[in-house]
Design a binder for this molecule. Sequence first.
Ligand SMILES: Cc1ncc(COP(=O)(O)O)c(C=O)c1O
Length: 371
Amino acid sequence: MTAERKVFWSVPDIGADEKRAVLETLETGWLGMGPKTKQFEKDLSAYTGAKHSVVVNNGTSALLTALMTLGVAPGDEILIPTYTFVATASSAIALGAVPVLVDCDPATFNVGAREIESALARHPRAKGIIFVDVAGLPADIDAIRAVAERHHLWLLEDAAEAFAGVYKTTKIGNYDHITIFSFHIAKQVTTVEGGAIQTNRDDLVERLRLVRSHGEGKEKYVHVELGLNFRPTDIQSAIGIAQLKKADHYIDLRNRIARLYVEKLGDHLTFQAVPPYATRPTWMILMVLAKDKGERDRLNAHLNAHGVDTRIPWPPIHRQPYFTARFPPAACPVADATFDRALSLPIGNALTMDDAGYVIDTVRAFYGASR
Ligand SMILES: Cc1ncc(COP(=O)(O)O)c(C=O)c1O
């Protein structure tokens, strides 16, 4: 069947400002990490209020830089949500950590204090907690921080999908704990590939910068820490500076699209619940749940046949082949049920309201036809 129209799952908004920024940077002759990256870091701190920003070459590098800075060592048990993109777990596993997978809440798909406490009761030797703002929905940061403090554990927020999100009255990133972001092409702010780390803690920032660049101290070729090359280029940072100016516009647009989907499709599909503390979700991904796996699969096929691009996010970590081959099975029934029913609909910085209307009509036609 040939679709009459095509709506992509996510389209970035790269315009004249980004093109000019790239050309200008190329003409300066300084292409590697340099003045544009410094400026981007200043702008990111001004945007979220975080004292320190460290820009890196992607979100996975941001996770690795953060985990190496926190001193993660082989054998360390780390609490990690199972319902997330693979990098949350693979970055820790790459450093030899043992993932303790935590099931998610059925309404928000995030882990909360309850799920973390229950995992800690079974794994009292855990050293730290990674939590995720799934799809850009802020997790309950205060409650999770309280658990971490009570158990004397380090905390790392994987906000790869949540740049520009607001928890209560605080922008994500403006905390003492380390927060990481991704600026991959489908994200709310993109540098094509890119990422950043933020924290308000002075004692962490020097180490973060060392780990980003081979642990090289003040003297050239003298390496005072174990580090790798996680540096961005100034071309990426120049794009980021231009994109950041439009961050609020992108988040407003994504929230408008999300509200329209909820309003028009809420009778048929279940949306991620937005608790009052999640003041501003970023909707990097727009997830819905169908009644069951069969209905989800039929809806997915119908949408694809009519030119609507979708994704099924993500097999939980405890169901990934790499994980099942190496680690003991984990019982995470909520994540299993969520994965079986979930589908993500198109959303993005360049999605038009007309495109969103077509997605809505196509979903409604499916339910009309199947009733
Ligand atoms: C939750 C989460 N963590 C980490 C990453 C990794 O970021 P990147 O793709 O920039 O390496 C992603 C990427 O989409 C993500 O969604």
